[in-house]
Write a new protein. Structure first.
Length: 86
């Protein structure tokens, strides 16, 4: 627990929602809709994005509604690097 947050549970939720089957922009976006995450401007996430030349991006906050991780931000991007999707 950290400041009332079960960090292990929150990380497992992120992993199972966003990464367990490999990173997938569309699946993560669909999960965000199902879980009713609140969309936010990409600008709130862009400083954390490791990829230049992003083709598409979606970002959400309020992910803590289900897992009680206040202030969590989840963002996904579509981009290409050396002609490969990243």
């Amino acid at each position: 627990m950290h400041a009332g947050v079960d960090v292990e549970r929150a990380l497992e939720a992120f992993h199972s929602t966003c990464l367990a089957h490999g990173p997938d922009f569309d699946r993560t976006a669909a999960a965000a809709g199902r879980l009713r995450w609140t969309p936010v401007s990409y600008d709130a996430f862009s400083n954390f994005s490791p990829i230049a030349n992003v083709n598409e991006a979606k970002t959400w906050d309020d992910c803590g509604g289900r897992y009680h991780v206040e202030g969590a931000i989840v963002g996904v991007t579509k981009a290409r690097l050396d002609d490969k999707a990243v």
